[in-house]
Write a protein of this length. Sequence first.
Length: 179
Amino acid sequence: MSSPKRLIAAIVATVVLSPAAIRAQELAPKAPDAPLTHYKLTYRMLELDANGKITNSRAYSAIIGAGGDSAPAKIRTGDKFPIAVGAGGTDIQYQDVGTDIDTFHPRINDRQLSLQVSAALSSVAKSAPSLVPNVPIVRQTRWESSVVVTLDKPTLIFISDNTSDTGKTELELTATEIK
């Protein structure tokens, strides 16, 4: 075969076979993502009095995967508190009160789990002077940070003073590998 005929044959073969080669690459099995290792996250919200004695404790749990592309773990618990609004207080508006905890981007290194945690606690004050009569005061505490915890070891990740008294509010996290 002469040189121009070989060139034309090569071009025709390339044009005809290229879509098949591309399609074969698209259909080839993809390498699996890194396997996820799952962890149980147990959060404890602790309220302490001025002497450090626990006056209230609530526990929240979620499962999260680390080591690949994992979805965040989100905890929502609470109530809708009615508040009278408008002239004469005839209309009702609802305020969410309770606990929200969001956990993102878990990464494991040896026995250390690092993650991004966002937590919010809100409650209605039991008794407090209000500038407007019969209108409740809603107390809020919010935290957000990157944290590192050792597996199977309870770790205080957030601590704050209470605004209404001399007590404290703490958030503790224990992460346990699920096998």
